[in-house]
Design a protein around this ligand. Structure first.
Ligand SMILES: Cc1ncc(C[n+]2csc(CCOP(=O)(O)OP(=O)(O)O)c2C)c(N)n1
Ligand code: SF4
Ligand SMILES: [Mg+2]
Length: 351
């Protein structure tokens, strides 16, 4: 049995959001992952973010590859569209779906093996093309599903559970995403839900290529001393750059001003990101500054988390390709047939 169905009975007085759903309507089947796996906390954060943002579950399409992380879409948003694709192929499947129907919100869930190994090319092209999606990598530094081999994101010099030392340099997905042109780049930690939920909410409202690297410890194979992806190591080295208080424009009047230095960024859909800076030197609107901060902190053995970079005026694949609004299956004859005169002009141009 690969999944366990959850009882569908709800308490009748559960609070409903603006679109009429309770938080339980955003759940999925009972998780079969190991107890304490970071991936389950990420599923819980996705559920909370979608519920709080009043996103109707049927407006979401969740796609994944192969791995423990890629199994997780079964454990949230059971009323959404979904595709569990081939290992490393989530980005191309998602790109195709998004081109066919741009009216859905696309959520890609992947693992560090799925995205930084077999799917590295796919990851790169989704980022550089500005595919409008929330791309979440549940990063544990190992291939969890196949029993704990080092993945490409494992730090050089880190130790496996059996005592082997990783001799390869690590692929740093946030630095790659920045270099490739992603327009929303963040890093969270599965053990810090208060930071993670707003990062996912900001990404869901971004409208362009939004990438979140979530450090998500694997309790079965990578939570020991000598690992740089264990709960203890990440807690000790978590260098949070900022905290998002994500607020819709409509709710802006009611929002409490956040303490500390506050930065406000309006995204393309009019939503407001209110950011409390924890490190004065970091400017999240500068790609270059983000790269420098990340490299500097990582060299010191720290793990920078928070909203690393955002381009509030981001343009996505649909806008760049000047694609028509709406889903392709709703285009009528007028939009699809250019007419005899236009066809003749095209034919003439080809002669
Ligand atoms: C084409 C192909 N190659 C290899 C595998 C074996 N395989 C399954 S999952 C996996 C790695 C999963 O690691 P990751 O993406 O980090 O997910 P995790 O289990 O750690 O969450 C591999 C190599 C496969 N299923 N398909
Ligand atoms: S093997 Fe690791 S990644 Fe897979 S479910 Fe268990 S703890 Fe999570
Ligand atoms: Mg992994």
């Amino acid at each position: 049995m690969t999944y366990i169905a959850k009882p569908t009975l709800h308490h009748p007085t559960l609070t409903k959001n603006k679109v009429g759903y309770t938080r339980r309507d955003y759940e999925g089947r009972i998780s079969t992952l190991c107890a304490g796996c970071g991936h389950d906390s990420i599923s819980a954060a996705i559920i909370q973010a979608c519920w709080e943002l009043d996103i109707a579950p049927h407006r979401v399409a969740k796609l994944s590859g192969i791995g423990c992380s890629s199994k997780t879409p079964d454990y949230f948003l059971s009323a959404s569209h979904g595709l569990n694709s081939v290992h490393g192929r989530m980005p191309s499947c998602l790109t195709g779906a998004s081109l066919a129907n741009r009216e859905l919100l696309y959520l890609g869930v992947s693992g560090d093996g799925d995205s930084a190994s077999i799917g590295l090319g796919q990851f790169a092209h989704a980022m550089r093309r500005g595919v409008p999606m929330v791309y979440i990598v549940e990063n544990n530094g190992v291939y969890g599903l196949t029993k704990g081999q080092f993945s490409p994101t494992a730090d050089k010099g880190s130790q496996s559970k059996k005592g082997a030392t990783n001799i390869d340099s690590a692929v740093d997905l946030v630095s790659l995403a920045l270099q490739l042109g992603a327009t929303y780049v963040a890093r969270g930690f599965s053990g810090d839900k208060a930071q993670l939920v707003p990062l996912i909410e900001g990404a869901l409202r971004h409208g362009g290529a939004a990438f979140i690297d979530v450090i998500s410890p694997c309790v079965a194979f990578n939570n020991h001393t000598g690992s740089t992806r264990s709960y203890d190591h990440v807690r000790e080295h978590n260098a949070a750059l900022n905290r998002i208080d994500f607020i819709d424009l409509a709710a802006e009047q009611k929002a409490e001003p956040a303490p500390g230095e506050v930065m406000e960024l309006t995204q393309a859909d009019g939503s407001l990101l209110r950011l409390r800076k924890l490190r004065e030197e970091h400017d999240p609107t500068s790609r270059l500054a983000a790269m420098t901060t990340i490299q500097t902190l990582q060299q010191e053995g720290e793990l920078p988390t928070g909203l690393l970079f955002v381009d509030p005026a981001a343009r996505n694949l649909h806008q760049q390709m000047k694609l028509p609004a709406g889903a392709l299956n709703r285009l009528g004859e007028t939009e699809l047939c250019p007419g005899a005169a236009q066809l003749e002009r095209i034919n003439q141009a080809l002669r």
